[in-house]
Design a protein around this ligand. Structure first.
Ligand code: ADP
Ligand code: ADP
Ligand code: ZN
Length: 213
């Protein structure tokens, strides 16, 4: 099963992906995670991506398309995968269609998680992530048992550089201008599965698995 998780920054894509990969035994492919790892390692890719990410802008299409094209052909993707944060523009979606048709594959579901901007700002500015295992938390909505420490691995929790109020606001604008058109793109193809993204994390997981089964 090949799935796309679509939704604005803070909608809960990463949170749900972590639960869905356990349920369906397929890998999560997060272009944001791949780019952040490259920035941390200081690779040429990371150096190119950093300036865009710091401003809340999108990294050029050609860069992310290349990353995904390589990743989906790795052996752990043979039974399917969950794309989280890709595609984010119409050219990325078109490139994905092209690579899938070459591989005689297709997208089965586009899970579109809907959350209003006011709530997204609260979620993003309170988001914390584990440096070691990548687990996500929220200072109010999903706090760890001990402040600043990951429940799962004891790693240190940090706040992403781009989760400050100013960058969040540009990311929300970028989403509306460049990513929102993908809903129509996939609606026409009959792939959109709209999900109300407001409520308990487990409740939203239930909504998604109901739609996927
Ligand atoms: P995305 O990957 O779509 O940017 P995340 O999964 O990282 O979003 O979630 C953003 C923040 O909101 C995180 O701090 C997460 O803990 C929190 N969060 C996720 N789902 C919910 C929810 N249903 N209600 C409240 N907060 C949530
Ligand atoms: P979010 O929590 O906003 O969903 P991500 O971790 O998916 O954040 O993305 C963080 C940043 O990484 C984006 O603001 C953008 O700069 C870059 N990025 C991630 N995925 C893509 C993509 N598919 N196309 C272009 N840029 C991307
Ligand atoms: Zn951890």
């Amino acid at each position: 099963m090949n799935i796309i998780l679509l939704g604005p920054p803070g909608a809960g894509k990463g949170t749900q992906a972590k639960m869905l990969i356990d349920e369906y035994q397929i890998p999560q492919i997060s272009t944001g995670d791949i780019l952040r790892a490259a920035v941390k390692e200081g690779t040429p890719l990371g150096k190119e991506a950093k300036s865009y990410m710091d401003k809340g802008e999108l990294v050029p299409d050609s860069v992310v398309i290349g990353i995904v094209e390589e990743r989906i052909q790795e052996s752990d993707c043979a039974k399917g995968y969950m794309l989280d944060g890709f595609p984010r523009t119409v050219p990325q979606a078109e490139a994905l269609d092209e690579m899938l048709s070459k591989l005689s594959a297709q997208i089965d579901h586009v899970v579109s998680i809907e959350v209003a901007n006011e709530e997204l700002i609260k979620r993003l500015t309170g988001r914390r992530t584990c440096r070691e295992c990548g687990a996500g938390y929220h200072v109010m909505f999903d706090p760890p048992k001990a402040e600043g420490v990951c429940d799962k691995c004891g790693g240190e929790l940090y706040q992403r550089d781009d989760d400050n109020e100013e960058t969040v606001s540009s990311r929300l604008n970028v989403y509306e201008a460049q990513t929102l058109p993908l809903i129509d793109y996939y609606k026409v193809k009959g792939k959109i599965r709209p999900i109300d993204g407001v409520g308990e994390i487990k409740e939203i997981f239930g909504r998604i698995t109901t739609v996927l089964s």
